[in-house]
Ligand binder design. Structure first.
Ligand code: SF4
Length: 65
């Protein structure tokens, strides 16, 4: 499973990090991105990332595979 984040959609709600803090980090302006090296989601983090995807109000997170 892979995860991607569309920076153009992100509004900085931080809900993604509440659900999956291992996977999402924030830049200096308060917008989220996928932590480097975490684009391929480890099995133990997949449920958290699915919840983050479902709960992003902007639809900025996509998962595949
Ligand atoms: S929940 Fe969505 S819009 Fe909010 S910071 Fe995370 S990716 Fe960005």
């Amino acid at each position: 499973m892979k995860v991607a984040l569309d920076a153009k959609r992100c509004q900085g709600h931080a809900r993604c990090a509440a659900f999956a803090p291992e996977t999402f980090v924030f830049d200096d302006e308060g917008f989220s991105r996928v932590r480097e090296g975490f684009e391929n989601v480890k099995p133990e983090l997949q449920e958290k990332v699915r919840r983050a995807c479902t709960n992003c109000p902007e639809g900025a997170i996509t998962i595949s595979g």
